[in-house]
Design a protein around this ligand. Structure first.
Ligand code: RTP
Ligand code: MG
Length: 156
């Protein structure tokens, strides 16, 4: 890459209903900005059953799926398009492990340790791969093209 901007990567972050209800939005945004992410876009959305099921389709056969859909539709979510170098992996690191109870012990500085409750109510989402990031970004931000998603991976 010849300039810094060409190394940047985009990822999809979401503050889940428990995060919004618990008034964690400003604290989470402070962490986001402190760690060098730019918030390119943000939208508040109330997911319905179908959109939540579609977003988490990879988990549709899991026993926790009905509960996950109920949780994700229990209130509005704040969806953010984040950008920085290595955004996908760095955001996953920053949010911490899925189980917020465990996060409080093993990753006390993580966002899930700060505002999550358990293995389901973990207050934030992050794309787990480049493919997921592209899918999830277009899910919420239709006008952001996948070619724009990661300028260092032109072929994807
Ligand atoms: P996310 O997709 O929301 O960023 O979370 P993740 O990658 O850390 O975890 P994943 O395995 O993708 O699970 C998606 C969400 O489902 C809920 N869950 N509940 N009750 C349970 O055992 C259980 N396991 C997962 C959580 O809300 C998790 O974030
Ligand atoms: Mg996941």
């Amino acid at each position: 890459p010849i300039s810094g901007s060409e190394e940047k990567e985009k990822t999809l972050a979401m503050i889940k209903p428990d995060g919004l209800l618990g008034n964690y939005t400003e604290r989470i945004k402070e962490v986001i900005v402190d760690y060098g992410f730019s918030i390119l876009r943000e939208i508040t959305a109330q997911l319905d059953q179908d959109s939540a099921a579609s977003f988490y389709a990879e988990h549709s056969s899991r026993s926790f799926f009905p509960s996950l859909i109920k949780y994700m539709t229990s209130g509005p979510v704040l969806v953010m398009l984040l950008e920085k170098e290595n955004a996908i992996a760095d955001w996953r690191t920053l949010i911490g492990p899925t189980d917020a109870c465990k996060a409080k012990i093993t990753h006390p500085n993580s966002i899930r340790a700060m505002c999550g409750q358990d293995s389901e109510k973990n207050c934030v989402h992050g794309s787990d791969s480049l493919l997921s990031a592209q899918r999830e970004i277009s899910f919420f931000f239709e006008d952001v093209s996948s070619g724009e998603t990661n300028t260092t991976h032109d072929e994807l």
